[in-house]
Write a protein that binds this ligand. Structure first.
Ligand code: CA
Length: 431
């Protein structure tokens, strides 16, 4: 509910060149130049909003005018008039959706706090219980889609608290509001047409088509286009029901992960220890090396396995915090939700179900993440020092990280590309 970003839960299939987005808003913070990541997972939503952007100029037409216009388009695209009119019966714009769409979270939770919430004892216990109670279903899902049950249940747990929190807003109303006066009306209109398609197909009744303010739906928090491309009727009752049928929801998520390259039985990654004087500039999503090569670079804690498997080094809290080697399945999780903190939470949670998933190294708990204004200031000050972090947008993407590394290298600091208060303080001291 509280992200500045539209809910593109699976536009990520279009995201080219995944890199790791390390900033944790509730969950997803998109990469620079990437399409927006999905909205924060509902089960984790708790973000303080301190800054609401100025309302933009009034939309060029009233909602009713927009609706009449959109109805023509929808019918031209094949939506039946009765389906359209039933879906839109009594629909008015939702002001809370407009507010959410125009809000920017100022403060960001540190990654360790995010993980504490994601890996709460309750979530672990509930996941273990559901795994125990549904062994036959998970056997079938693993056989059919080749996706490990632990990862599926972890995603289920983070997206909707295992189906308990699926969002209470009318998807049609939210998307209509966003198509009329949202910040990305074209995107919202495409989702709205996809939502009407779903209704026309008879998968769900309009009253039950509920989701987040941004239109992420059901237990998997799929946006409508993702639903249409990956939704599955696993129990065979003729409806792809990701709202009230866990088997359909889990199969839909599994289908998506399968199509995104999941490999059954392969690790998502593991925690490692770095040697003294390590070159931290190697901790970059774009630096991918076979495990054996990381081993030769002095990384310790690598379990026995495929030495040829390619991995990247992830430092979620910079060089002072834990280090992880992450593999292809981690990248597949990023396609579900393009946030490395989210993917890390999924990986660790899937292991907690089996009693593992503890992070050994300590987090730099004394460090306070930069606020949005501080991230903007950091980017502006990097520009003044001759670096190119991209257009200042408050998002620490690949370009900003590269600029930070450059500045750190000039100072002789560990070049981990991680934004800190210390770094900002040093930049402020520049002439
Ligand atoms: Ca079904």
């Amino acid at each position: 509910m509280l992200s500045t970003f539209l809910p593109v839960l699976l536009l990520r299939s279009l995201i080219a060149g995944l890199a790791f987005s390390l900033v944790v808003a509730c969950a997803a913070e998109p990469l620079a130049n990437a399409l927006p990541a999905k909205v924060p997972s509902l089960a984790l939503a708790s973000q303080e909003l301190t800054q609401v952007e100025e309302a933009e100029s009034e939309p060029p037409m009233s909602f009713d005018e927009w609706l009449a216009d959109f109805r023509v388009q929808a019918l031209q695209s094949g939506i039946r008039p009765d389906v359209f009119d039933r879906a839109f019966a009594g629909v008015t714009p939702d002001p809370s959706v407009v507010t959410a769409d125009r809000s920017q979270p100022e403060f960001t939770r540190p990654v360790w706090q995010y993980l504490e919430s994601a890996l709460s004892a309750d979530r672990v216990r509930n996941g273990q219980r559901l795994l125990r109670q549904n062994t036959e279903l998970f056997d079938q899902l693993e056989a059919r889609y080749g996706v490990d049950r632990g990862a599926l249940v972890a995603i289920w747990g983070l997206e909707s608290s295992f189906g308990q929190i699926i969002g209470d807003k009318s998807v049609i109303r939210s998307l209509a509001t966003l198509a009329h006066e949202g910040r990305r009306p074209e995107f919202a209109r495409a989702q709205l047409l996809a939502a009407l398609d779903i209704l026309q197909h008879g998968d769900v009744q309009p009253e039950r088509m509920r989701g987040s303010w941004a239109g992420a739906m059901g237990q998997t928090q799929f946006i409508p286009t993702t639903y249409n491309s990956h939704g599955v009727d696993f129990d065979g009752d003729g409806r792809r029901d990701i709202w009230d049928t866990p088997a359909d929801a889990l199969a839909s998520a599994a289908h998506y992960l399968q199509q995104s390259g999941w490999k059954l039985g392969r690790p998502w990654g593991f925690e490692v220890m770095l040697p003294e004087d390590f070159d931290y500039s190697l901790a970059d999503a774009e630096v991918r090396k076979p495990i054996g090569e990381w081993r030769r670079l002095g990384l310790a804690g690598i379990p026995a396995g495929d030495e040829q498997a390619v991995a990247s080094l992830l430092l979620p809290a910079g060089y002072r915090g834990p280090a992880f080697l992450v593999l292809d399945n981690f990248r597949t999780i990023l396609r579900y939700n393009n946030s490395s903190a989210y993917a890390l939470a999924i990986g660790l949670l899937s292991e907690r179900f089996d009693g593992g998933g503890q992070v050994q190294a300590s987090w730099p708990r004394g460090e306070q993440p930069l606020s949005r204004s501080e991230r903007l200031e950091l980017q502006e000050r990097l520009v003044r020092q001759g670096f190119d972090p991209g257009a200042p947008d408050g998002i620490i993407g690949a370009n900003t990280r590269k600029a930070i590394r450059g500045y750190q290298q000039g100072l002789g600091w560990p070049a981990d590309g991680h934004p800190t208060q210390e770094l900002l303080g040093r930049l402020r001291a520049e002439p």
